[in-house]
Write a protein that binds this ligand. Sequence first.
Ligand code: 4NP
Length: 151
Amino acid sequence: MTKVLMVCLGNICRSPLAEGILKSKVDTSKVTVESAGTGGWHVGSLPDPRSIEIAKKNGIDITNQRGRKFSTYDFETYDYIFVMDNSNYHDVIKLANTQEEQDKVQLLLEEIFPGENVDVPDPYYGGTLGFENVFQMIEEACDKIAERLQH
Ligand code: 4NP
């Protein structure tokens, strides 16, 4: 079993979308996909209604998800940890104990913009257009990841 963790700040907007999107593209008997936030404000919460909506529009149900906080033990559980932005990257890397753990962490958009250090922007304070934009970026990256994980 390959285990993938998607990480953002609140675990209610971006990483729940990333979890739902990647899950829809892989064989879930071989790949598990989960998500977490570096912050703890939304532990136990449903994804943001705007994320639920944009996912639904694209045929993906994310209402089974509940927020949880990233923990240092996650480095032991997961093979790949994809973070949405540079701030998440630094927050996660701080908790790594070894180089091997650090090497599991990658910016999600490295998949489509290698070496360009591009963030998935935080849509929390924006409007619906932000969520559509974010959905598309995450989807493109997840296409690449799914392709890689099948081989
Ligand atoms: P996310 O967006 O990291 O994509 O889930 C956010 C959601 C909530 C907050 C920040 C970002 N917040 O500060 O509550």
